[in-house]
Design a protein around this ligand. Sequence first.
Ligand code: GBH
Length: 500
Amino acid sequence: MAYLKLVLVVSITELVRADPSLKFPPGFKFGTATSAYQIEGAWNVSDKGESVWDRFTHARSDVIHNGHTGDVACDSYHQWKKDVQIAAELGLHHYRFSISWTRLLPSGISNYVSEDGNKYYSDLIDGLLEKGIEPMVTIFHWDLPQRLQDLGGWTNPLISDWFADYARIVYSLYADRVKFWITINEPLIFCDFAYNSGKMAPGTIDPYVATYLCSKHVLLAHAKAWRIYDEEFKLRFHGKVSIANQLIWYEEISPADKETVEFLNQLSTGIYSHPIYSEKGGWPPGIEEIIAEKSKKEGYPRSRLPAFSNEEINLIRGTYDFYALNYYTSRVVRPLKDGEIAGPWPIFGSLEFGIATDTLPEWGKSQIDVFVTFPAGLRHMMSWLKNNYGDIQIFITENGYPNREEKELHDIDRIQFIHDHLEQVLLSIHEDNIDVIGYTVWSLMDNLEWFEGYSVKFGLYKVDFEDPQRSRSPRKSAEYYRKVIVNHALVPVKYLYDEL
Ligand code: GBH
């Protein structure tokens, strides 16, 4: 290939100069992400309170791979300097991490702030800033205080105020240093997937009622937290706040699925986006009517998808500064076969709406069945967002590739994954005129992959979970990503092979 010849004679800098379409826009940010429960460990150190994930992993080893827990994880509570070190090695512009609610507020309620908890996050933020890395803070990444869960958790309407109180404390401690905020990570997973599958804390299966209560209360919680920042902190600190959504792209493969595909995109993406980003606000078109109708037929006195009052619609509408997007995989749709109950991905309507989802044989595979790769899905998803909500800035806050077993540190498949998705990002920017402002790899390092325990690895850095020091070693993908960042360009994979 001509390509390969090029590689031998020109440096990356020259290559990029010759092909400016490989360049990312100036100011485009590259980062990596983690979350508190998945990396911190120290689950009961100092005055930290119990979270639903502490409870779930301890009580439900039957659901979690090999009974793994986050008790120690990457031990980032003690070893956070190593995290800052590897983030600096990569040359990251930003590092996205989350705050453990019960580390900061042991009882879940905002009457008492843990001094040690505060110091931990404050030191981490300072450590990052010292290396020139911007902290991006997720306020809630699934580890709800168990005490609040005992009061119903996300199904209790009071949660939106408990969350807003907690968010205010977080801002008041760190808004002087943190400019990028994610209120809540992926309600699609902890509302829809959790209550459909029982595989996520709190482990309750209640797909028809709890799911939708959770959805509504998450949106109210996010909106209140966004407005607190807007009213009490923005003028002084000029930060940006958004909610991060897990987006699964549903691809149309024949004109016959057009309607079903649009329905699922509205259901899984629209449900947490339309209320915030659309001009009209409220639940997405079509969804509210269908669930109301179904609920009526089923004998419920009111829709299982709780309605919004006009006041609530206005409270939620417009509560964003950018769109935070987490993307991993896509699906196509097919009708349920006779006697079939749910698809291979038992969320987003397979139970509720009799739609099964599938993947295409030509899409990429990983060692984990559900993580089928379709990079173009990311581009299609962003165009869908633009068509539905107009010109909003998009920050990709997660994208990553899992492996179970890896041959040493040579993760060429992960390099290819990152390359192929970044290529789609450039097409979105250059061809579709979409304002993508950043990209974040999940994850900086291997960590507790929820019910998969430590068996599924997403890290640019390998973590040795046998080693009490939890040493971190760079995979080839770390080297690749570092090159992408230094060159601010899509470094061709083949090019890198020669250099590796
Ligand atoms: C993100 O979403 C999370 O934010 C992050 O914490 C997580 O580590 C990362 O992605 C990688 O998973 O096959 O039907 O049992 C998590 C989304 C939820 C996707 C569980 C895979 C398994 C579905 N994941 N899901 S199923």
